[in-house]
Structure formats: structure tokens, C-alpha cells
Ligand binder design. Structure first.
Ligand code: B12
Ligand code: SF4
Ligand code: SF4
Length: 344
């Protein structure tokens, strides 16, 4: 017989700073999720709104024998400064979570190792590993497992560690005693809502259609023109609503070398000059590869337009010749924004 304490201890030994147990019952936040979907705030993320929406509400849709969920958190924060320290018009911002190896693989391997050890202790145990992509309300279950509370920025925040951690789960057929969710600690603070450059945060949660993270990562095709100026020099994701959070002032830093920053604040002109092969090679195995080459150049063009840096006119003129009409259209917009409109 496994105990909850034993399971959490094994998870910590396998590299997870946070570990807690939730009951594998329907999420108490199911209606909140359905309301969010119905409001259109999921934008074009079909995996959140199609037949998988209903499946997200109950973890047993992923493992019918599940009785408990081991929820884990893995820190990814590095010692580098936060976004407000960004003043260099030559450079782009890649968000903190994407500086190192792809977290899906890192967490999956730690959870597989945890599961293998649990099966050795308890032969016949059934399990399923989930990291991000499974239709599961990860934050909701992680809150139930006592890992943290849901901040007004919608992120899960841990009182001691802050919010720079990824989530993963092990659905288990073992009956384990669940943890208790902590009380919310946002109090009267609204720093994240006030700092969000696109007003994406509000009472209904996060409106993805306005969020820079969605616009630069998940959105395929053209970024709406109205949303481009506020995207600033972000070329992949956004950290602002976590950077300003008081619970991240002394946030814990990871010791896992797989999350060491490789391309912190890269130069925009360097990014604009990458060939598709360069892009694939440089960002292989990191979250950045998700945008694909043309999506990335699209983001680089917008960032150059927002940089106010006339030195970016030449690289933008080259992007204007890109064979992908979407990249060329964003370069045209950026040139106009820099006061150097394209002639044709
Ligand atoms: C879609 C998605 C996005 C979308 C939408 C984000 C959003 N806030 O909904 C976009 C592309 C914008 C996005 C951005 C980011 N994401 Co994301 N994303 C997801 C994904 C795949 C689904 C989230 C989802 O279902 N959203 C719908 C909303 C309605 O659900 P929710 O935010 O989880 O909230 C539910 C509960 O938490 C609860 N709830 C919410 N608020 C409250 C308040 C109270 C009081 C209560 C009781 C309950 C409650 O009800 C909600 C509905 O059930 C999850 C992984 C997963 N499978 O869950 C990762 C995930 C949430 N993302 C993650 C990360 C790291 C990011 C970014 C930081 C990346 C970046 N730097 O750009 C940003 C953060 C932006 C932000 N402020 O949330 C991490 C978050 C870790 C953490 N500590 O919170 C996750 C968990 C991935 C992972 N496995 O680690 N993401
Ligand atoms: S990630 Fe950026 S754009 Fe999205 S809600 Fe947070 S501050 Fe706003
Ligand atoms: S910035 Fe303030 S309101 Fe926003 S999540 Fe952090 S503590 Fe909560």
C-alpha cells in the first residue's frame, strides 16, 4: 500500500520541488472553464473548445481507474532580470519559460521515473503521465493538491516559491489522502492587471485574444493590427504579469541545468537573419520551435517595428522580400511604424 507521503517524497527525489495529491474527481472549476470557453476568450485554440473541452473537466476521462492525482511543480526561473529591465532597442524578449529545454520532455522524464519507482513499490499500480497537452485543468487540480493559489494573473502561485514553475501530473489508480488547497493571497493587489499592456486580465480571467503570449505563440496567421503595437519587443510569450507580482520578488531559482538560459535577450537583427535551417537548429528541443519559422519571423518583424530603432529598416526590407506573404505583410507594417514605408 502506498501512502501519500511516500508518493510525494519519491516525486521530490525525482526532481520536483513541489508535489501534492488531489482526488481524481471532476474539477470544481468545471463551470468556470465552460463559461470562459463560451465567452470566446480561448480565441482560436481549438484544443480547448472542441470535444476535448468536456474531457478536461474530469481526470477520469484520461484514466478510468484513476483515484488520485499526483500534481508536481518544477521550477524554471533563472537569475536573469525581469522584463521591465528591458530597454535595449536592439534586442528581443523570449519569455523565461522558453530559455532552456522543452519542459514537456523534462517533466515527462521525471514523471516516468517517479511512476517506475511507484510501480516497484506497488506492483499492478496503473498510471498516466500528463504534461500540459493532456485535456486536463492542470492549474485547478494543482490548486486542489495544495501547490498554490490562482492569482489574478491566472497563474498558480506558491507562497514560498513564486509562480515560475511548470505543472505536470501522474494519474494513479491508488487511493491516497488528498492535500488541502491554500487560501488565495492576492489580497487587494492588482499589480498584474494594471501592468498588462493589452488589458487581457479581468474578472472573467484571461482573454487570450488580447494576450501577447497567445498572439506570439498560439495564433497562426496574421496578428491583428490593433494588437501589434502593445506586443512590444516580445517575440515569444510574455512574462509581464508574473514579473510584477510581489510573490515573485524573491522567487526561487532552478538548479536544473536543462533550464539554463541559452538565448536570453537575443539581438533582433540576428533573429531576422536566420534561415529556416538556422531556426530549426538553434531552437530544436526548446519551446520556441512551436511558432514555426514563419510565425517567428512574423513576431520578429512586429518587434522590430515596435523597437523605434531605425537600424532595423534594412533587415525589415529583407523580410519584405520573404516568400511567405504573412511575413512580408508584417514587415510592411513594421516599416511603416518606423516611418520608412515600403515603396511598393
Ligand atoms: C491554453 C493555455 C495558455 C493560453 C491561455 C492561458 C490562460 N490563462 O487560460 C495562453 C497561450 C495565453 C497561455 C499563456 C501562458 N501559459 Co499557458 N497554458 C495553457 C493550458 C494548455 C490550458 C489552460 C486553460 O485551460 N485555460 C483556460 C482557463 C479558464 O483555465 P485556467 O487558467 O487553468 O483556470 C482554471 C482554474 O485554474 C480555475 N481558476 C482560475 N482562476 C481561479 C480563481 C479562483 C479563486 C478559483 C477558485 C479557481 C480559479 O478555473 C479555471 C477554469 O477551470 C495550460 C496547461 C493545462 N493543460 O492546463 C498551460 C499553462 C497554464 N501555461 C503555463 C505557462 C507557463 C504559461 C505562460 C507563463 C507562458 C508565457 N510566458 O508566455 C503564459 C502565462 C499567461 C497567463 N497569465 O496565464 C503553465 C502555468 C504554470 C503556473 N505556475 O501557473 C501551464 C499550467 C502549463 C504547464 N504544464 O506548466 N497558456
Ligand atoms: S502574459 Fe502578458 S499580455 Fe498576457 S495577460 Fe500576462 S501581461 Fe498580459
Ligand atoms: S500581481 Fe498581485 S494580484 Fe496579480 S497575481 Fe500577483 S499578488 Fe495577485
Amino acid at each position: 500500500m502506498l501512502s501519500a507521503g511516500q508518493v510525494k517524497a519519491i516525486a521530490r527525489e525525482c526532481g520536483f520541488e513541489l508535489a501534492g495529491i488531489a482526488a481524481a474527481v471532476p474539477s470544481p472549476d468545471g463551470q468556470r472553464y465552460l463559461d470562459w470557453v463560451a465567452s470566446g476568450m480561448a480565441g482560436q485554440m481549438r484544443y480547448l473548445t472542441d470535444y476535448r473541452a468536456e474531457r478536461r473537466l474530469d481526470s477520469r476521462s484520461l484514466l478510468s481507474t484513476a483515484k488520485s492525482i499526483l500534481c508536481v511543480g518544477k521550477l524554471y526561473n533563472g537569475p536573469e532580470p525581469y522584463t521591465p529591465g528591458l530597454t535595449d532597442a536592439e534586442r528581443a524578449w523570449i519569455s523565461r519559460y522558453a530559455w532552456g529545454d522543452d519542459y514537456h520532455e523534462v517533466l515527462r522524464s521525471g514523471l516516468e521515473e517517479t511512476a517506475a519507482r511507484l510501480v516497484r513499490e506497488c506492483p499492478g499500480l496503473e498510471y498516466k503521465v500528463c504534461v500540459d497537452t493532456a485535456p486536463l485543468l492542470e492549474r485547478s487540480y494543482a490548486r486542489a493538491a495544495g501547490l498554490g493559489w490562482l492569482g489574478r494573473n491566472t497563474c498558480l502561485i506558491n507562497e514560498e516559491r513564486g509562480s515560475w514553475f511548470f505543472l505536470g501530473e501522474l494519474l494513479l489508480s491508488a487511493d491516497l489522502s488528498p492535500d488541502t488547497p491554500p487560501a488565495g493571497r492576492c489580497g487587494a493587489c492588482t499589480a498584474c492587471i494594471d501592468a498588462c499592456p493589452t488589458q487581457a486580465l479581468g474578472d472573467g480571467g484571461l482573454d487570450s485574444r488580447l494576450c501577447i503570449s497567445y498572439l506570439t505563440i498560439e495564433l497562426r496567421g496574421s496578428i491583428p493590427e490593433t494588437a501589434r503595437p502593445e506586443t512590444g519587443t516580445h517575440v515569444f510569450g510574455c512574462d509581464i504579469c508574473q514579473d510584477v507580482c510581489p510573490w515573485n520578488r524573491r522567487a526561487a531559482v532552478t538548479t536544473d541545468p536543462r533550464f539554463t538560459s541559452v538565448h536570453y535577450e537575443p539581438r533582433l537583427d540576428w533573429l531576422a537573419s536566420l534561415t529556416e535551417q538556422d531556426f530549426r537548429r538553434i531552437f530544436a528541443g526548446t519551446p520556441v520551435s512551436r511558432t514555426k519559422y514563419s510565425g517567428f519571423l512574423r513576431n520578429v518583424a512586429v518587434a522590430m517595428g515596435n523597437s523605434g530603432n531605425p537600424g532595423h529598416v534594412k533587415p525589415l526590407e529583407r523580410l519584405l522580400q520573404n516568400t511567405d506573404p504573412m511575413v512580408a505583410e508584417h514587415a510592411r507594417w513594421a516599416l511603416e511604424r518606423l516611418g520608412a514605408p515600403a515603396m511598393s
